[in-house]
Structure formats: structure tokens, C-alpha cells
Design a protein around this ligand. Sequence first.
Ligand SMILES: Cc1cc2nc3c(=O)[nH]c(=O)nc-3n(C[C@H](O)[C@H](O)[C@H](O)COP(=O)(O)OP(=O)(O)OC[C@H]3O[C@@H](n4cnc5c(N)ncnc54)[C@H](O)[C@@H]3O)c2cc1C
Length: 548
Amino acid sequence: MPYRKLRDTNLTRLAESRFDVLVLGGGINGAVSAAALAARGARVGLIDKGDFAGVTSQQSSNLAWGGIKYLETYEFGLVRKLCRARNRLIRAYPSTVQEIRFTVSHERGFRHGLWKLILGAWLYWLIGSLFTRRPRLLSVKEIEREEPIVETRGLDGGFEYSDAYLHDNDARFVWHFIRSALDRGCAAANYVEALGAVREGNAWVTRARDTLTGREIQVRSSLLINACGPYADAVNAREGVSTAHHHVFSKGIHILVDRLTSNRRVLTFFADDGRLFFVIPMGGKTCIGTTDTRVERSEVSVTPEDRRFVLENINKRLHLKAPLAEGDIIAERCGVRPLVVTTLPGAGADNGGPDWMQLSRKHAIETDAARGHVTIFGGKLTDCLNVGEEICAEVQRLGIALPYADKVWYGEPPAAVREEYFHQARLMGLDEMTSPLSSEKLSTRLWRRYASEALGLLEAIRRDPRMAEVIIETSEYIRCELDEAARREMVVKLEDFLRRRSKIALVVRREEILRAPGLREACRILFGDDAEAKIEEYFGPPAAARSA
Ligand SMILES: Cc1cc2nc3c(=O)[nH]c(=O)nc-3n(C[C@H](O)[C@H](O)[C@H](O)COP(=O)(O)OP(=O)(O)OC[C@H]3O[C@@H](n4cnc5c(N)ncnc54)[C@H](O)[C@@H]3O)c2cc1C
């Protein structure tokens, strides 16, 4: 099967090669580690027990932000670091990570006065090196004029400041790094679970299972990087690696509803619990959240209380024709933030007492040099380029030579490639070939999603103009994108494509996807003869799917 080819080849390489580094976990932290190391010349392997970005890194708010809220706890160093990380991402990925305005409503009587918050926004702008547009004070009248859906009763004004958001979504962003690692020789496979690792002489031997077939392999590497996110502590405990850092978990949910406002900005409120609460554009829909609840386990799901909290908070703060109800929810996202805490000598790992909401969202990298073992704790998508750099430094410190130690391993292709792509797209009239389902031009979208690979997509369309046809009605994906996903994106299950390589499952209701006449054709392109089985795996048996 063509769709299995890429993964099968990588599985064989994982079993047969000896690596400098094996990365466990293909969320953002594992993906950037592999991309940076592979680009700089290390022999790298990566496995994930599920799909890449299938755990925390698909549940974020999609923001690359400098952490304005940490000003409240006077963590200026962290804010500076995150602002710089945000600026670097905006510079490196201008099509994907884009500045966006946050319109903040201020309720009378809130624990911080309006002027204090505005000063905070100016300070944030200064700490962020004046990189974004400057903050702006908003009167109630201006909020009403610019964003009529905001309920202004009880407000004494507001302000606007900038941060950035991931135009597609977090999981697709992670995929870019996995793809870039693969392009530079990394052997990576999804649905391969690390079962345990032992140190034999100067090498780690990791026992891993292909969770699709049950086959076991052994992967040999000089170093092991544990980037298992919320599972990192459990994996370390199994390996007998003890660390000063540990994780505690904060659960957060988002709901997706039809677009509430046509303006491309993030509406920002303080929820009843005093936390920042966002209304974020996502494709043609709106994403609302999030929550922050301490939980003990990393396996979480949206509860009726979570849903009620989000709906009640948003209905209080927006002036809609009809309040949002459960029936308006198109999709939900739910995950835990793995927050790093340090175990003090003699104390437990539980630093999540009264300061729970204030727990910092920094990352920490801890190394057991004697055993050649590195663990990445905590972190944010925003900080991912720093994680990649720090991992390279750590790996070098542990004795692995990186022949191209100064190579820039991230970022969009050079301007000349971009110009050539848009020139070719114009010559062939790409943007006139399909009626767009969103206001965005097809040429822009293909560049953002596929970078230099988009030139190959143009070539495919030139050979066969049907390649520009939209396949799953109600989604914007065209035939050649599915072809690309089947060949180059290691799509193993329908969910990998609908939820992570694309964001269809977030913006189109499940029953609409199932009813779409193009679904079967799309699945045939993705999975060949396995199409029906993959549809059933995702939607359940036909009878259950009909009542979905
Ligand atoms: C609600 C919410 C909102 C957020 N919003 C933002 C935001 O707006 N901006 C931002 O910058 N950050 C945000 N974050 C934080 C960010 O999403 C996380 O810090 C980040 O995704 C963590 O990535 P990770 O790679 O450490 O973990 P994960 O993404 O969880 O990756 C760990 C991977 O390890 C794999 N794994 C586990 N065990 C094994 C094993 N035995 N073998 C092989 N693989 C294994 C898992 O399958 C998983 O894919 C948010 C988080 C949440 C929950």
C-alpha cells in the first residue's frame, strides 16, 4: 500500500540502524529536537506511541504568545524569553505564525484596574522589543463600534495589544518539524511505542512495539531523549531514571463553534475565575477557551461542568442573537498542560498547592550524563525553537559531534523559492481554478501548508487540472493535497488526516464529514483498498456511524 510505504521504510531503518540519538515522543518538543539534530548532522531516530502531535500538542490554544499573564507574577525574565521566542517564530514562519490583535474587555471592579492593565500592555510591548504593533486604549464606544458582539454592559473600557497565532493549527505546525527531520535523514515512525530501554555498554537498547501490527523491534542509540510530555515521568520511572523535575497536570478545554465575528482578532476576557479567556479565529470557525483545572492523571475528557463553564462565561460576555448552547458545538479539544515542578530534597513532587494558577509554564531539560539520558519537561509551543537549540547543545555536551553545528534548522524556504512559487501559481491562474471556500487564496494556503513542496503540487495540477478539485465538500482540501498526504505525510488512520495533518475534524461536524459525497474518494486516495476499513475505524460500524 503506498500510504504505508514511508512508515514501513522508516520502521526498517529504526530496527536496523544505530543512532546517535533516539527521541521518544513526537509532540512539539520531540519534533523540534529531531529536526534540529538531524539538520546538524546527527543520526536521529524518533518514535511516537500514537500519531505525531496526538497528545498535548494538538490541544493548545494555537497561540505563540509572550506570556503577558506572567507579568502579574513579576516573571519578567520568562516574559522576555517567551516574547523573543514569539518574535523569532513570526520572523521564521511569516506564513504560519502571524501577529494578531487581542481586544481585551475590562469589567468594572476587576481585581486589576483598567489603567494598571494598560500599563502592563505597554510594558509587555517594550519587553517584546516593540516588535509588534503598539497597544491601544479602547473606550466602550470604540469596542461597540469595532466588535459589536462584545457585551459592553459592566465594562469601563478595554485595550488592544498584539501576540501571534498559528494560522493552521498546532498539530500541523508540529508536522512541519517531523517532515523537516525526515527530509534530513531522521528515521521517524508514528504508532510505535517504547516499552522500555536498557543501557548496554555505551548504548541504549530500546524495545519498541509497532502498535498497528504488534511486531516488536529494538532500537539502538548512544543517547535517549525522553520527550513524552505528560508521560515523561512514567517513562523515566520505568527506565530507572530519577530526576529533580517532575510534572503536574493542568487540564484545559476549548470548544469550536460557527464563526462569531468576521474580524480576524482574538477577543479576550477575564473569566469568572479571573483567568484570561479567549475567542480565537480558527479557519472559518471560532475556538473558545480555555480552562485551567488541576488533575492527577493525563488522560482527560471534556466533562459537562467544563462545557458549562465555557458556555456560561462566553454567553455572559458576548451579545449574540441567541446564547451559545451545547448543540452549537462543532468539536471539542481537551488536554493537560504538563507543568514542570522541582522536587525539593525531602519533599514530594507536589508543588501545586495554593499557587496552582501561578505555576510557571517554563520548560526544563534535565540530563543524566553518566547514562546518556535527557528529559524535556514542560514548555510551550511558543518556546520550541529554544528547545531545539538547547537539545543540540546538550547532545554535544554528551559527546555527540554535530558536523553542521551552526546550521539554521528551522524557518520557511528562502525568498527566491517563495517568489518562484507565486510566480508559477500566477502564470497558471491557480487562484481562479477553484472557487475558494474561504477568503484565503489557494496559492497562499498551499504555500503555507507545504512550503517548497507546493512547487510539486503546482506541477501535479499542471499535469492534471483535476488535481485542483475540492474533494471533501465543506472542506477546502484539493485532490493533490490528499495525494501528498498519502505519499509524504505518514497518514495511517483517518483521524491523522482529519484532525492533525488537516483541521477538518475541528471545523466540520462529524456527521457532515460522514455525509460528504467526497469522503470515500478521499479515503481511496489516502488508503487505497483499505479505505472502507479506515472509515469504519474512525466512524464506527455503519449502523453506529449513521446515528453519529
Ligand atoms: C489547553 C492547553 C492550551 C495550551 N495553549 C498553548 C498556547 O496557546 N501556546 C503555547 O505555546 N503552548 C500552549 N500549550 C502548551 C503546549 O501545548 C504544550 O506545552 C506542548 O504541546 C507539550 O508538548 P510535548 O511535546 O512536551 O508533549 P506532547 O505533545 O504530549 O508529546 C508527547 C508525545 O510523547 C508520546 N509518548 C508518550 N509515551 C510514549 C512512549 N512510551 N513511546 C513513544 N511515544 C510516547 C505521546 O504519544 C505524545 O505524542 C497549551 C496546552 C494545553 C493543554
